[in-house]
Each structure stands twice: as structure tokens, then as C-alpha cells.
Design a binder for this molecule. Sequence first.
Ligand code: NAD
Ligand code: IPM
Ligand code: MN
Length: 356
Amino acid sequence: MPKIIVLPGDGIGPEVTEQALACLALLSEARGLQLTFQEQDFGGVAIDRHGAPLPPATLAACKSADAILLGAIGGPKWDTAPERPEQGLLALRAELGLFANLRPAHIVPGLEHLSPLRPDIVTGADALVVRELIGGLYFGEKVEGTEAASDLCAYTRSEVERIAHVAFQAARNRRSKLTSVDKANVLATSRLWRRTVIEIARQYPDVALDHLYVDAAAMALITHPTRFDVIVTENLFGDILSDALSVIGGSIGLLASASTGAPGTPALFEPIHGSAPDIAGQDRANPAGTIASAAMLLDHLGHPAAAAELRTAIDAVLLAGIRTGDLGGTATCREFGAAVRERLLQAIDQREQAAA
Ligand code: NAD
Ligand code: IPM
Ligand code: MN
């Protein structure tokens, strides 16, 4: 029985997680997936209850899981805490060896008008950011003084190699185009990055590789998003570019992610957005990104049909005009989640009738 650890976290985290969890529970029941769920404290809530963002019991539970579903962590309440919620997230990623963070973004045909970008720019946009997740500036040595501070950016060849393989393989399963994003005109780590990606490319002659500097990439993502298929980049650049990419679909609330490590180890699924303190506790958050993260979780557990059913339901609800405030709609977080489950039930009924 696959064990899912659920980390609702802070702010809108519990609100969006509740909706995604209910979708997973429904699919598990309907398809006999036998998923089991166990909730753990993580982030600011864990600081309040246990004095640390990643308590030992939470880490142990995550290590023994098949998959982890996370809402979001952080918020103003803990911004000056000795150990911030964000450090718990970084520690969890590092402890589980989650070096590859996959962040897909596409425009649902028929929903081009939800994008702040012109329809002729966004129509057909479908990109995947492959973000290196446990190296670079986030994890280099830090010196924090009152007069001076520094964060070391370091990468090893093998760290670049393993993320490059993930990206080339992802490109192979999509449109066979990979853009490596770096700042090789300035940074030594970026020159190592580019050399290594070019070397690995020899093993993937079927994938077309190009390179962009991160500043130019940020512009191209907005002005010409359809030029991208898979984008591979280092930790900080991937963080920034994936939020930029979320503009395409009209809201960061739509974007899902999967963080994976070595084969056979637990993977983590979470929306790319944060705890949105400005709308927390108001039932206004868009749960679509978390529900889509649950779909990625189903794929990871080897249930592609259930994952596809869930994605189809999300798109159908959006196309039916049921949308939260971030997309200009009036639906609450709960109403959106309930509408997705209604579509799931309809699809399950139709499937069962067709089989009878
Ligand atoms: P944020 O993503 O929380 O919010 C940015 C903006 O997007 C806000 O206006 C917010 O209301 C909106 N938004 C985000 N998610 C939404 C959703 N699902 N539905 C509707 N609107 C949504 O980013 P922030 O404000 O910079 O950060 C807030 C906190 O979250 C910080 O403590 C930050 O460190 C943390 N954070 C956590 C994660 C994570 O848990 N993985 C990711 C990013 C930020
Ligand atoms: C994300 C977040 C995190 C990151 C923070 C909260 C540590 O922004 O998951 O995108 O920078 O990786
Ligand atoms: Mn981010």
C-alpha cells in the first residue's frame, strides 16, 4: 500500500493540500490504488509545535514514504525566527537527495485569454523547467555578518551531469529540444555547467540543444515562450525562471512540480507557489497547482491513467469558467476542488458504463 506523507505547511498550504488530497483519495478509492495518507508537521507550524521546521519525526516519515505531497511553507510570522521554515524545505530536499525539480507550464487550449500576454504570444506554449535543486548558491557556504555577507555558488561536474541526464531524457519524451540556461559570460560555475551539458549532449544526438544566458532567457520566456520545450538550469535561475514562466498561464497558482532523486527513493510533489500570506485563511487560493502536483505524484507511483484523468478534470473545470480570483473568477478554493471531484466522478461513471 503506497504511503503518502502529507505536509500541509503554512498559509494557503493547508487549504490547497486539502483539495488535492480529496482528489487523490477519490481516485484511490475508484481505481483501487490503496493509497494511504499520513499528515506531518512541517515549516512554520512545526516551529510553533516542535521548535524546528523539519522535526525528526517528519523527516523519518518522509524517508519511509513512497511520495510526499507538500502545500507551502513560510510567512511573516517566522521571517525572523532563528531557523526559518524555508530552511526546513531546503533540508528536506537535501536529506532526500531531491536534485531534480521538474516544473511544467502550458497554456490550456481555449484559455489563452487568461494570460496577461497576447494570445498570439502564448498560443501553444508548453515548456518544462528542469531545475537543479540541491546545489548552487542555496547550499554553498554562507557567511552572515552585520557589515558583510556572502553565499558561495559551487557546482561539481557530477552534479551537472546528473541533472543534464534528467533534462535530456525529459526532452526525448517531449519535443526533443533542450535549452540550457546559464551565465557563462560571467560565472565560473556556469562555464562548468555549459561544458558539461555539451559533453552529455553527445549521448543524446536526437535532442536539439541550445544555450541562453539567463538574462536573455528571462526575456524570451515572456516574449517568445513557444520557442521553449525543456529548459535546464541551476538552482537559483530555475527558481526565478519558473515563477516567470507561470505568467504564461495567467497565475502562479496553476503550476505544479515534482522533485526527484535517485530511482526508487521518495519523491516530493508541491505547487511552485508559496504560502501566499496575503490571501491565507480566506478560501481564495487556487488549488489547481497542488492538484496538478498530485497528478504528477500519481504518474510517479505508476498510475498514468489516474494522473491523466485528474489533469483532464482540472482543465475541464477551468474551461467551464470555474476559476479562483487569481484568474479573475469568483470560485473559492473549496468550490474549485469540489468541481474537479465532480468531473472525476463523471469520468469514472462514464468509464464504468463503457466497460459494462
Ligand atoms: P507566493 O508564491 O506565496 O505569493 C506570490 C503572489 O502570488 C501573492 O500575491 C499570492 O497571493 C499569489 N499566489 C501564490 N499562490 C497562489 C495561489 N495558489 N492562488 C492564488 N494566488 C496565489 O510568494 P511570496 O509572497 O514571495 O512568499 C510568501 C512565503 O512563501 C514566503 O515565506 C516564502 O519564503 C514562501 N515560499 C514558499 C514556497 C514553498 O513552500 N515551496 C515557495 C515560494 C515561497
Ligand atoms: C520554491 C521556493 C523555495 C526555493 C524557497 C521557499 C526556499 O521559492 O520552491 O520555489 O527558493 O526553492
Ligand atoms: Mn520559488
